[in-house]
Design a binder for this molecule. Structure first.
Ligand code: GTP
Ligand code: SPV
Ligand code: MN
Length: 603
């Protein structure tokens, strides 16, 4: 965190290091955005889309080596290794800075350095934070305009807030005299660094232009650095959507859900209920900042101002509100293009076209037998273009949280939904969450299940054990009657043939309804060793195309599978070491004995 007086000097110092040909201070106006886009089109980096079908929209195509977050090249450079914990890559901050300074030296040659003042959180919110990103990428600048509150107003706000989080970004591809630019400049993998200096609240990113690696307000600031600030100041920075659900009686409640990358947050946040009378509205689709007010209750804001959503699989059937959000003024990255310059991806509505330009800018026909769009292709769009954005989405006071959902992709064992017995048991559920790795991450292990506590594994800026302790400590400041109830959901359970048992998407409203009614104290539940499960009648399945026996299976608990799960959690807990909160060890022990007791009774 730097003081406002330090801003000019810092920009100057970074410019002397990176040697851009010019420095440009962004004002955040539409005119500026349009000029930058026109320049990007001129440089052939952006492709303007069909003005009738997709007005004001552009497509970008990244280098095939730069398509997702790179966890292997993401670093938490705390002063002490112990503070980064067992789940983060750590490098000594002095050593890392030395390395990166060498890379940054002259790295912006031939390019403009954009100075982007941005605000995470609504103006006037006690939690909002100012960041200043310096970047040599106009693409990043345009994305930041859609994803954050950006520009002149933020500099004004800096006068009042005094402090900002410095974020330095370079694509790492300097242009020497006469050297031609690439359409997607980036550095080789071994030179890419997404670095965080938690004590200094400083972010340095080098070598990647993609998503969370480069739009530094998102994962780097609003999660990794914010999680450290939140621990110190007793609030929480979480990888969670925020939604508003309203019953047929007109009662509204707010819910959060922590699912790992590409596991359904945007879809749930924009869901169209398939049960009559219920509505869902969106507050946020990726990140929530929470704090406890004097009433002992948790409140949440969405620090972002836009959506950087997975395009693949998005359709009018699966997520009509996302489709309507991206009708205009949208940036698409790594999608395919139709011959009339509209966007296309696997899973979008309509027949598969005979011919496309794929995300590698090559001709594509169905016979190519390769996906035309990259599995992590994305859209960037302002949140206010979402037809179901809740009117209070920018309320600086936040919204009152009634329920927190956790979940991920688990083909077996985890039922459709279960409710925690207490706050601490809910923290236990979050701590042992697992999910299959998705294409949102550059990884050889896609599809393998890994533990991903509260979907924060790649985003905790400190020791995972301390992070879990922070959850327990937040609970201690209030009591279970005032705290949100915690639920574990799993839309991804499969049958023996490998098909999803639950139809998901809009039908998830049926689960939201049960949760809503639980928080009202009116929905029935069965007490089981793992928590409260809905009785079969309490999930509204009217009109639902479920296979025979599917609901029973979705709500069943295999105690032997759970005892295996317990063993696996035990060994996972060992990897966390002695910082694992005792309260969680106790929850695991209690779960184990409840499962054994159940087994004895069944025999
Ligand atoms: P990030 O932006 O990476 O954090 O992802 P996200 O959590 O917002 O995931 P998103 O909603 O974009 O969904 C990712 C993928 O999961 C898409 O391909 C969806 O089609 C799929 N998906 C979302 N919800 C469901 C569901 O209820 N059931 C099934 N089977 N798939 C789903
Ligand atoms: C995620 O991976 O969780 C995302 C996309 O939301 S990115 O912004 O690239 O991190
Ligand atoms: Mn995400």
């Amino acid at each position: 965190m730097y003081k406002k007086e330090e801003l000019k000097d810092w920009v100057q110092e970074m410019a002397e290091l990176c040697e851009p040909k010019e420095i440009y201070w962004c004002d955040g106006t539409d005119e500026e955005y349009n000029n930058l886009m026109a320049m990007l089109v001129e440089e052939k980096k952006a492709v303007p889309l069909n003005e009738v079908k997709r007005p004001g929209s552009f497509a970008f195509f990244s280098d095939p080596s730069d398509v997702a977050r790179i966890e292997d090249r993401t670093f938490i450079a705390s002063l002490h290794k112990e503070d980064a914990g067992p789940t983060n890559n750590w490098i000594d901050p002095v050593e890392l800075k030395e390395k990166m300074i060498k890379l940054y030296r002259g790295s912006m040659r031939g390019r403009t350095m954009y100075v982007i003042p941005f605000m995470m959180g609504p103006f006037g919110s006690p939690l909002s934070k100012i960041g200043i990103e310096l970047t040599d990428s106009a693409y990043v600048t345009c994305n930041m305009k859609l994803m954050t509150r950006m520009g002149r107003d933020v500099l004004k706000e800096l006068e009042a807030k005094n402090e900002f989080i410095p974020c330095l970004h370079s694509v790492g591809y300097p242009l020497e005299e006469g050297q031609e630019d690439l359409l997607w400049p980036a550095a080789p993998l071994e030179d890419k660094y997404i670095s965080h200096f938690p004590e200094e609240r400083l972010i340095w990113s080098y070598g990647s232009g993609y998503g969370g690696n480069a739009l530094l307000g998102k994962k780097c600031l609003a999660l990794r650095i914010a999680s450290v600030i939140a621990r110190d100041e007793m609030w929480m920075a979480e990888h969670m959507l925020i939604l508003k659900v309203t019953s047929p009686q007109g009662l509204s409640k707010y819910m959060l859900a922590a699912f790992p990358s590409a596991c359904g947050k945007t879809n749930l946040a924009m869901l169209v209920p398939t049960i009559p009378g219920w509505t869902v509205e969106t507050i946020g689709d990726d990140i929530a900042w929470l704090w406890m007010k004097d009433d002992g209750r948790l409140y949440a804001i969405n620090p972002e101002a836009g959506f950087f959503g997975v395009a693949k699989g998005t359709s009018f059937r699966s997520n009509p509100n996302a489709m309507m959000s991206i009708r205009k003024n949208t940036i698409f990255t790594n999608v395919a293009l139709t011959d009339d310059h509209d966007v296309w991806w696997e899973g979008i509505d309509g027949p598969v076209p005979e011919h496309l330009m794929d995300w590698k800018k090559e001709d594509w026909t169905p016979s190519k037998n390769m996906p035309a769009a990259h599995p992590n292709c994305r859209f960037t769009v302002k949140a206010d273009q979402c037809p179901v954005i809740a009117p209070e989405w920018e309320n600086p006071e936040g919204v009152l949280v009634s329920a927190i959902l956790v979940g991920g992709r688990r083909p077996t064992t985890i039922p459709l939904i279960h409710e925690a017995l207490s706050w601490n048991h809910g923290v236990f559920m979050g701590s042992m969450m697992g999910s299959e790795i998705t294409a949102a991450i550059l990884s050889k292990n896609i599809g393998q299940v890994r533990r991903d506590p509260f979907a924060m594994l790649p985003f905790i800026g400190y020791h995972v054990g301390d992070y879990l302790k922070h959850w327990i400590d937040m609970g201690k400041r209030s009591n279970d009657a005032l705290l949100p109830k915690i639920y574990y959901v799993n839309w991804f359970r499969k049958d023996e043939a490998g098909d999803y048992l639950w139809p998901g998407f809009g039908h998830n409203s049926r689960v939201l309804k049960w949760i809503f009614e639980r928080t009202e104290g009116i929905a029935p539940a069965n007490l089981t060793p793992i928590g409260y499960l809905p009785t079969e009648e309490s999930i509204d399945v009217r009109g639902l195309p479920l296979k025979h026996g599917a609901l029973q299976e979705l709500l069943s608990i295999d105690t032997y599978a759970w005892l295996d799960e317990v063993k696996s959690i035990e060994s996972y807990y060992q990897t966390i070491g002695n910082k694992l909160p005792k309260a969680l060890k106790m929850e695991l022990e209690k779960l184990t004995s409840r499962l054994h007791y159940e087994n004895l009774n069944q025999e």
